[in-house]
Design a protein around this ligand. Structure first.
Ligand code: COA
Length: 382
């Protein structure tokens, strides 16, 4: 008798699991038709206008907005862990200078587990502590990796500052203008979570084996690093730099499309209309350009956007305008994907907490396309 529960549910597997509902969650919801993104019930547009990254972190982990005292407590808890163990900084100094910074982050997160005596404790209480440590330490790791790459000493975090301000401070060694810090804070809000994207799904698969949070997050960073996921934002800026001038945009895009090349920062597996995060990032890209007195990258981005709509009916995604926005903030492009992780750690940890709370090993089936009953031929007869 066949075991029906173990039989694959679909005859034709959906390529890339598009449209397959692979689990339940309250963390966030993406409505691809309407272009809506919701975190624990709150529309991303309201959060972008009124909230802060720390408040969103609380919301993702606790499923509700914090009271003032709870937010203060979380901020204190986070700032207590901003600094890295001395051994971790020493380890970072040993890594090859030219390493990709997202790979440095992945390596360091894996190593951090060895310095956390309660890493293996996956109770909600201990996991929340790990989530606080990781969310607090990501900006420090990323800023330190950039400083070391440039042959500079890492800057100690300033525990009086929020995550966004402290990150920009650790990059450059000076307190950023209030406007830049707020724009960066909103960028962190916008990248915080996005349902079962590739890296979050990866995190949940690893957590589903009851491996610890560091392991799940390390795997998530690896998934994020790919050019089809979080690696796209760096490639967007590389493309803009390669195009060089507004006058070159049309010819460049037309040629790239005729060669069937993908233009990074366009298209989305779920959104069939404007990505609501791009709405804010487009505005910030313009604002940052205007403040710096140089809207060249914004203007080029707008033209790429218009051409992509005309030629392919594709909308920009979260990675498109964030690239020119960070560039105008003076942030090196090597940092764009790690910055995505500085924000997304909040969503990954929220999903891992959710997975641990009601765990079931994630183990789908594959539609087997290979042969059956192939006779074995000994090696010297092949
Ligand atoms: N540039 C040019 N063409 C694109 C494109 C892009 N950025 N994104 C999709 N397309 C085209 C594909 O070439 C394909 O065309 P075809 O049917 O003529 O072969 C069609 O649109 C479908 O592409 P596919 O990759 O199957 O779409 P998807 O919805 O499964 O994939 C992405 C979504 C995000 C992987 C895809 O749009 C992409 O690779 N974008 C660039 C990378 C990126 O920005 N990633 C960040 C995502 S937030």
């Amino acid at each position: 008798m066949t075991d029906q529960a173990n039989e694959p549910k679909t005859a034709a597997a959906s390529a890339g699991l598009r449209g397959v509902v692979a689990g339940t969650s309250t963390v966030s919801d993406v409505n691809g038709e309407k272009g809506e993104l919701v975190y624990q019930g709150y529309n991303i547009h309201d959060l972008a206008k009124q909230s802060t990254f720390e408040e969103v972190v609380f919301l993702l982990w606790h499923k509700r907005l914090p009271r003032r005292s709870e937010l203060d407590e979380l901020k204190q808890g986070l700032s207590r862990y901003y600094d890295l163990p001395r051994e971790i900084i020493e380890l970072m100094k040993q890594l090859p200078r030219g390493s990709d910074l997202i790979d440095v982050l992945r390596t360091v997160v894996s190593a951090l587990e060895l310095y956390d005596p309660s890493a293996r404790d996956i109770s909600r209480e201990a996991s929340l502590r790990t989530a606080i440590r990781l969310t607090a330490q990501f900006p420090t790791i990323v800023a330190a990796s950039d400083r070391l790459r440039r042959g500079l000493e890492p800057i100690k975090p300033d525990t009086r500052l929020n995550i966004a301000t402290n990150f920009l401070y650790m990059l450059k060694g000076e307190i950023p203008p209030e406007h830049d810090a707020r724009v960066f804070d909103v960028a962190l809000i916008l990248h915080a979570d996005h349902e079962l994207n590739a890296s979050t799904f990866t995190a949940r698969v690893v957590a589903g084996t009851l491996a610890d949070m560091y392991g799940a997050v390390t795997a998530a960073i690896a998934a994020l690093s790919g050019p089809l996921h979080g690696g796209a934002n760096t490639n967007v800026m590389k493309t803009l730099l390669e195009i060089g001038e507004l006058a070159n945009v049309e010819q460049f895009i037309k040629r790239a499309l005729s060669e069937k090349r993908k233009i990074m920062g366009f298209g989305h597996a779920v959104y069939k209309t404007e990505d609501p995060r791009a709405t804010h990032l487009r505005k910030f890209s313009q604002e940052m350009g205007e403040r710096a007195g140089d809207t060249k990258w914004y203007d080029m981005s707008r033209q790429v956007e218009a051409l992509m709509m005309r030629q392919k009916s594709l909308y920009p995604n979260v990675d498109f305008f964030s690239a020119s926005m960070y560039y105008m903030m003076g942030i090196p492009l090597e940092l764009y994907t790690p910055i995505f992780a500085v924000s997304r750690i909040s969503g990954w940890t929220a999903h891992i907490l959710e997975q641990y709370a009601d765990n079931k090993l994630i183990r789908p089936r594959a539609e087997y396309l290979g042969a059956h009953n192939t006779p074995y031929v000994p090696i010297d007869q092949r």
